[in-house]
Design a protein around this ligand. Structure first.
Ligand code: KIV
Length: 290
């Protein structure tokens, strides 16, 4: 028995489920909020806060596993984390990221792995990185009844080809390609598109150019929604975070402070106190101990 938020009761106001078509209809309307989540407890908190969508991003390779890129993440790992998140997402829509080399090989490979994320991971839609070159894959997945979110701009799975985690679409040709890529994804049936690390004016042009919502991360305020990595936005990431991250809290400092208090109290013998301790089994045992 450990702290289980399920036993903590239902949230004050039960939420209606956010769906992919519902998000799609928000184009140009109420802004979409998406946050990454990798476990049940965080999912439950974000759901209770009213976040629209929880993205089980392959960023988990970096912020959960401590790797330097997202490249090593596997479909099995995304399935495992998505199942946990799905259990905590009463109202929020659950999006599972397709990791590196789980969809690039062929449309059939993409379809099979998207299917696994839905069946084994309990995802409600999938996200994949890339533009025109994956449009056919998106089409096949969508035709199978699986909603797809696209992702263009800085696509971290291509970090080595891009020469690092850098702002994309600065030159005219790159900007034009990005617009074409986003249109190809929308034409293929993507219900929303993440725009990562691109200049805000380009994000505004892409947002105007596609009929589906854009969800920005480091793409300025003109997108139809925003997404952030939970550990970054709650101030749990130590060291350097990207310029586009706003730390909405300093949970990392609170954790360190609380852990220091715990160490001090255990060493001083003041924890556990009487209120954290069960009653002795019998009076006789207490008497014997005294
Ligand atoms: O993996 C991830 O968390 C993402 C977001 C940063 C969009 O792709």
């Amino acid at each position: 028995m450990y702290g289980n938020p399920i036993e903590g009761g239902a949230p004050a106001r039960p939420r209606k489920k956010v769906t992919a078509p519902g998000l799609r209809r928000r184009k140009g309307g109420e802004r979409i909020t998406m946050v990454t989540a990798y476990d049940f407890t965080m999912a439950r908190l974000l759901d209770e806060a009213g976040v629209d969508a929880l993205l089980v991003g392959d960023s988990l390779g970096m912020v959960v596993q401590g790797q330097s890129t997202t490249i090593p993440v596997t479909v099995d790992e995304i399935c495992y984390h998505t199942r946990a998140v799905a259990r905590g997402a009463e109202g929020a829509h659950v999006v599972a990221d397709m990791p590196f080399m789980s969809f690039q090989v062929s449309a059939i490979q993409a379809l099979e792995n998207a299917g696994r994320l839905m069946k084994e991971g309990m995802a409600e839609s999938v996200k994949l990185e890339g533009g025109e070159e994956v449009a056919e894959h998106v089409r096949r997945i969508v035709a199978a009844g699986i909603p797809v979110m696209g992702h263009v701009g800085l696509t971290p799975q291509s970090v080595h080809a891009l020469g690092g985690f850098k702002v994309q679409g600065k030159a005219d040709a790159a900007a034009a390609k990005l617009i074409t890529d986003a249109q190809a994804l929308a034409d293929a049936g993507a219900y929303a598109i993440v725009l990562e690390a691109i200049p805000p004016d380009l994000a505004a042009i892409v947002t105007d150019a596609v009929a589906v919502p854009t969800i920005g991360i480091g793409a300025g305020p003109e997108c139809d929604g925003q997404v952030l990595v939970c550990y970054d936005m709650f101030g749990m990431t130590r060291g350097r975070v990207p310029k586009f991250t706003k730390r909405f809290a300093e949970v990392g400092d609170s954790v360190i402070g609380a852990a220091r208090d715990y160490v001090r109290e255990v060493q001083a013998g003041t924890f556990p106190a009487a209120e954290h301790t069960y009653r002795p089994r019998t009076k006789k045992l207490v008497d014997a101990a005294e």
